[in-house]
Each structure stands twice: as C-alpha cells, then as structure tokens.
Write a protein that binds this ligand. Structure first.
Ligand SMILES: [Ca+2]
Ligand SMILES: [Ca+2]
Ligand SMILES: [Ca+2]
Length: 547
C-alpha cells in the first residue's frame, strides 16, 4: 500500500482492520489517520515521512522481521506482535502507548522517543527494547511520576532501569551496553566483580535533574567475584580532572534488593552519564604510596629488604592477615580481607630479584583524619625498596570507596610492630600521595611508649621493629609464657633450640629467610640472634604505640 500526497482516511471509527498482509506500508506526505479503536496491521515494513495521525494502533504483526523507518515522525500507538522482532531503521516517536505483545524492538543507531504522556506496557524479560547500538530509548517530560525503561544490551540480556525525576522535568534517554569499562565508555572492560552491563543516561536540557534510579539485572549478568551483599550503583565522573573516575563510596554500598532479578537504587543524581553496578572496580579510588622498611628483612649494606620468601615460593597467594589474631578483626565496608595475588607477582615466577621484587604482604589501614578510627583496611604488597603497592605488584595502594580527604595511614606486619603516620595528610582520587615512613622518626606517631616507634636501621633509614613472634604488640624475651615472651614462642614452635623448620612462611621466622632456627652465628641465619639484636639485651622490651 503506497499513499501519496492526498488526504486519506484509512480505517474509520470502529473495529475495521486495514490489513496490509506481507506488503509494506509506505506513507509519502499523505495524511494517514488511524481512528480511535482502529488497528492497522502490517506484516511488512513501515516507512513514513510524516506523523501518523489519529489515536488508533499501528500493529507490527509479521512472521519475518520488520523494519520501521518513521524518519523522526510519530506513531500514535504502536503494538509489537512479531516473534521475529522489529528493527528501527530511523528515529521514531510514540505519542501514546507502546504495547509489547510479542518480540522486541532493536534500536540500532536510532532513538525511540516516548511522548510526554506516553507509556510502555507489557514489557517482560523476553519482550523488551534492545539498545544494540548508539540509539536510546527516550522518555519526554520525565518527572516525579517516574518511568521504567525496559531495555537490554542484547536480545538475551534484560537490564531495565526505572527513573523518576524530582528536579525539572526533562527528556531522559537511556541505553544499555555490554561490559563495564575502566574509563566509563572506553578502556579495558572489567572481567570480575561487576554486573556486566553499563547504562548510559542523558538529558535533553543540561542541568536541573534530580534523579532516582533503580537498575535491574539477573544473576546470569554477574561476573565472578561480584558480591551483591556489598555492591552499589556507581557513576563514572568525567570532570573535573581531579575527580575523574567511578564515584561509588563504601557508605553507598549494601545489599541488593529483589531475588533474581536484583536491584540497586540510588537517589539525588544531578549529573548524568554512565552508570554501572559492582563492587571494588567501580568504587571511588583513594590512592597512597607509603614507603616502609621491615627490620627483619632489611639489609643495611644494600638498603633494600630481602625477598627470600618470594624466591622460595613461600608467600601465600591469599593474604595471611585474616587468619592471624589482632589484624582484620572488624569487617569494614568495601575492603579488608581475602585479597589475592598471583605467583607471577609474588612467587619465583616473577623472576630474578630487583628493587621492585615483592618482600611480603602487609596490612594497610586508613584512619579517620579526626578521630583516628580505622575506617578501611587492605592487605597489599611490599617491595624490596620499601614502597607499598596493590596486589598486582605495580599499582598504587587503593583504599577504594573512601572520598578525597585527610587521613592517617598505618602499616602493620605479621611479625613487626605497626606504625602510623604522625599526622593526617591529604589523599586524592586520581594522583597518588607518597608518604615516606623511612625518612625520619618524626614521620610516625610516637604514642606513650618509652621506646622509639621505629628502629634506626642506618643513616636516614628507619623501619618497623622486628622480632615479634607471638601475635601481640610488644617484643621481649621475658615473661613466663609464649604468649608474652617472643623467645619462648620461638622455642615452643621448634621444641628445642637445636631443631629447625625449613621452607616455612611463619611469624617465628624473624629474619624472613623461610627457615626457623635458633642456631647459626649471625642474625641473618639465626632467628634467636635476630631477636636478641633487635632488643639489644635479653631484658629489654619494645612496645607499639596504641593507635
Ligand atoms: Ca535537564
Ligand atoms: Ca611479642
Ligand atoms: Ca629465619
């Protein structure tokens, strides 16, 4: 049927059906009116260069796939009833209702606009709008009433998003696309710990929006490691430069609602862009590069620490602190416990020793800059030159999920006394802040203990006191039990002072060479002599300040 340049009243009031079986409906500058109550059924393609008038229904009812090219013009009501799906080949709008009876609409590069009072009904996990290109589903005049965008990034991935707007009503457009990428709409896709979908949300008139957004996904959309008990909905910020990146804070994370599908809701959104659901990868970064030395592994000649545990393949691939008393005792949102690395980073597979080779795991803690309370913690890696890095052995330590601000930072190690920065200092999101604990005793909090908070390892080199074998915060050789006396702890683990344990990753290995023994002529081989050297005498003691 081709209508050209003459007003035609097709389908009068009533139930009259205008059936264009298998043929195309082409409207070329004609006045085409579908009267109230009428349905125009089309089994071929629809092409128009003008609005379809009236308030009846245009029904796409083919058995093979159909195309709609409205060239930007409007359809009063549209019904999709085609299991082979309908493709949008030009921009279109629906002023009334879009009824999804059977099948999907694939937008490709074209926007589909739902008018001011328009609706979409009967969307399901199989009947929805596929945003398989740059085209968006747009709702005009979106206000407090709210609107659910029944979209998915493929025919089999249904990730609808519901939006209401407490701000100035505006046309809001959304598309879903596969993957969550490091830079929002570009960069490396994350391969774990996210729902594998992003939502790109935009407004017609910049500013004035105050959105509440609820994203929905299925368990099959979740990548390994995603924890829906402590995730959230994150936005990728593109400006200002110092704030670029995913913005989710630990305080905004929690348990998802629903039971497959699941949902997260976030309110008060005034700046639109790309949103994603996840855990650590989409948390707001907070970067710091501490530098510390461990007395037990420090070589006064080279000024580096030994990486014997790495070359002997003794460093566990999962952090040790969760299994030790007194370290990770309180679960904190978004961080702390269960960090893993790879043998290519912390094993002999990493190759010959360099200044950047990994010495051991340390536990880093972030403290509130006012109260000093621990608010985040993370097990990370220590390099031979003293710098502390992420579990990949390269990236700056990331206390993800904490906002830019002033914080104290402390470092703990399984057989050394912990240290904390003397003052709170500024940490930011994009640029890492160095903090060199090794340069001066005045870098660390001294507390009320009689000893210095760090050991003097050499000229201008200070490090964490070593030789703490027994899970407490003192180093001493006095006391009647192994729980207070580090010497007795050493003796107890060996059974006798001539026994040894070889190839171990243990707190009692005070010189961090992979062996526990009390024989040998120097502190480099004899853990007892290491203890004695740290203390200076067998009646001395050292304590860690309380922080
Ligand atoms: Ca706006
Ligand atoms: Ca001790
Ligand atoms: Ca040893």
């Amino acid at each position: 049927m081709k209508l050209t340049k003459i007003p035609i009243l097709c389908c009068m009031i009533g139930a009259t059906i205008c059936n264009t079986a298998s043929a195309q409906l082409v409207i070329d500058n004609a006045q085409f009116i579908i009267q109230p109550g009428a349905t125009v059924t089309v089994q071929g393609d629809v092409t128009s260069n003008t609005d379809i008038l009236g308030t009846g229904i245009l029904q796409m009812n083919g058995i093979a796939s159909q195309n709609i090219n409205m060239n930007g013009f409007a359809i009063p009501n549209l019904e999709i009833k085609n299991p082979a799906n309908v493709f949008l080949t030009g921009i279109a709008s629906v002023t009334g209702d879009l009824l999804l009876t059977t099948g999907q609409i694939l937008l490709g590069s074209n926007n589909l606009r739902i008018g001011n009072v328009g609706t979409i009904t009967n969307a399901t996990s199989t009947n929805f709008i596929v945003t398989n290109g740059t085209g968006k589903l747009i709702k005009a005049a979106l206000s407090t009433t709210g609107f659910t965008f029944p979209i998915g990034n493929s025919a089999s991935t249904y990730t609808p998003i519901a939006i209401s707007n407490n701000g100035t009503a505006d046309s809001i457009g959304v598309r879903a696309f596969a993957n969550v990428m490091a830079a929002g709409n570009s960069g490396t896709p994350f391969n774990k710990e996210v729902v594998n979908n992003s939502w790109d949300i935009s407004e017609s008139v910049a500013g004035g929006s105050d959105l509440s957004i609820t994203t929905t996904w299925n368990a099959t959309d979740e990548l390994p490691g995603f924890d829906r008990t402590r995730g959230g909905l994150s936005k990728y910020i593109t400006s200002p430069a110092e704030n670029v990146g995913w913005d989710l804070l630990n305080s905004q994370t929690g348990a998802a609602t629903g039971a497959n599908p699941y949902q997260y809701t976030r309110t008060g959104i005034s700046s639109l862009g790309i949103f994603a659901v996840g855990t650590r990868p989409v948390l707001s970064p907070l970067l710091v590069t501490p530098k510390i030395f461990l007395q037990g592994a420090y070589n006064t000649v080279t000024g580096l620490m030994s990486d014997n545990l790495r070359t002997l393949n003794l460093i566990p691939l999962t952090e040790p602190y969760s299994a030790l008393p007194g370290f990770i005792t309180t679960p904190l949102r978004g961080s702390g416990g269960g960090e893993t690395s790879a043998s290519s980073v912390i094993g002999s597979a990493a190759g010959v020793s360099t200044n950047s080779s990994i010495v051991d795991w340390v536990l880093a803690q972030l403290h509130d800059g006012t109260t000093g309370a621990v608010i985040s913690q993370r097990a990370v890696l220590l390099k031979r030159d003293g710098s502390i890095v992420e579990t990949d052995g390269v990236s700056p330590l990331n206390f993800a999920g904490n906002a830019t601000g002033n914080y104290f930072v402390s470092i703990r190690h399984r057989n050394h006394l912990g240290i904390r920065s003397l003052n709170a200092f500024p940490l930011t999101k994009v640029t890492t802040s160095p903090y060199d604990f090794t340069s001066s005793l005045s870098q660390v909090f001294a507390g009320a203990v009689p000893n210095s908070a760090m050991s003097t390892l050499g000229a201008d080199a200070f490090g964490m006191w070593g030789a703490n074998a027994n899970d407490d915060i003192t180093v001493k050789m006095t006391g009647f039990t192994a729980t207070t006396n580090d010497y007795l702890r050493l003796l107890n683990i060996l059974g006798s002072n001539t026994a040894s344990q070889i190839g171990v990753y243990a707190k009692e290995d005070l010189n961090m060479d992979g062996t526990i023994k009390m024989t040998g002529f120097t502190a480099a081989t004899n853990d007892y002599l290491r203890l004695l050297n740290v203390l200076g005498s067998n009646t001395a003691s050292l304590s860690q300040p309380v922080f």
